[in-house]
Write a protein that binds this ligand. Structure first.
Ligand SMILES: Nc1ncnc2c1ncn2[C@@H]1O[C@H](COP(=O)(O)OP(=O)(O)OP(=O)(O)O)[C@@H](O)[C@H]1O
Length: 254
């Protein structure tokens, strides 16, 4: 399923936070969203996922204007992994992941084998199958993050929006989660701070600066020394595409 945003504008009071952003994500593509703190990544993700309405502009998922699609219908197609999402404390890991099945169930239908299989597969994918009975409030920050990703996977989405999904994760799980998202047959948009991980796992990257789209293209096209200096205010050496065709950034401290 493709995602197309046309001239999205959003803000509060007189402040424009997302400034006329247009982008296209092809079906199955992994798009990285990068930019400094406060550049509008989370705000743009929420607009793309239909969690917030733009002041102007529109979002189409699979050719349909999401403003015309019901919440429930949208949640059968679209999953959103929020930055440090809250969850009721008195539940188990399995309870949280089972919630991912809600959009696919009718009020009268019981829990099906298909639901159970989707939950088990999701727990397996994030390496949490052995913790299904553990109480949510006893999990570490990284484990909670992985369970939230499992809930999104249990939703069997065709489009995933992920806001800093590698927050709290150790390097093994950062790589595992991003590799898994890239390899899923799902269109995804991922806000990321780690530019080398963005280079490794994203097909294309969009750079936001003060709410506006500053650059977009392949990692090699976008992650240039000039962009890093001008947008992120860092000095860095970018080595050309290595064997895997991805640039590598080395930050220079003085
Ligand atoms: N509801 C709101 N009311 C007022 N200001 C807001 C609101 N939502 C976002 N902002 C402001 O808009 C700007 C963009 O926020 P956003 O969370 O989208 O940035 P971000 O790029 O995701 O940042 P970070 O990298 O720090 O997570 C910030 O300055 C933020 O304070």
């Amino acid at each position: 399923m493709s995602v197309v945003a046309e001239n999205l504008v959003w803000g509060v009071k007189r402040r424009t936070i997302v400034a006329d952003v247009s982008l296209t994500v092809a079906s199955g593509e992994t798009l990285g969203l990068i930019g400094p703190n406060g550049s509008g990544k989370s705000s743009l993700l929420r607009l793309l996922a239909g969690l917030r309405s733009p002041l102007s502009g529109r979002v189409e998922i699979n050719g349909q204007d999401i403003a015309q699609v019901s919440r429930k219908a949208l949640s059968r197609q679209v999953a959103f992994v929020q930055q440090s999402a809250a969850t009721d404390t008195n539940v188990t890991v399995a309870d949280v992941v089972c919630l991912g099945r809600t959009p696919h169930r009718s009020a009268l239908a019981g829990w099906s084998e298909g639901d159970e299989a989707a939950v088990n597969r999701a727990l397996d994918r994030v390496d949490m199958a052995s913790r299904r009975k553990q109480a949510w409030q006893t999990l570490s920050g990284g484990e909670r993050q992985r369970v939230h990703i499992a809930r999104a996977l249990a939703q069997s989405p065709q489009v995933m929006f992920l806001d800093e999904p590698t927050n709290h994760l150790d390097i093994h799980h950062q790589i595992e989660i991003l590799r898994m998202v890239r390899d899923l047959d799902v269109t995804s948009v991922i806000a990321l701070h780690d530019l080398n991980l963005a280079a490794m796992f994203c097909d294309r990257i969009v750079v936001l600066e003060a709410g506006a789209l500053r650059a977009s293209g392949t990692p090699e096209e976008v992650l240039t020394q000039d962009t890093l200096r001008e947008v992120f205010r860092v000095t860095a050496h970018v080595s050309g595409a290595s064997a895997n065709g991805r640039p590598h950034i080395r930050f220079i401290s003085d």
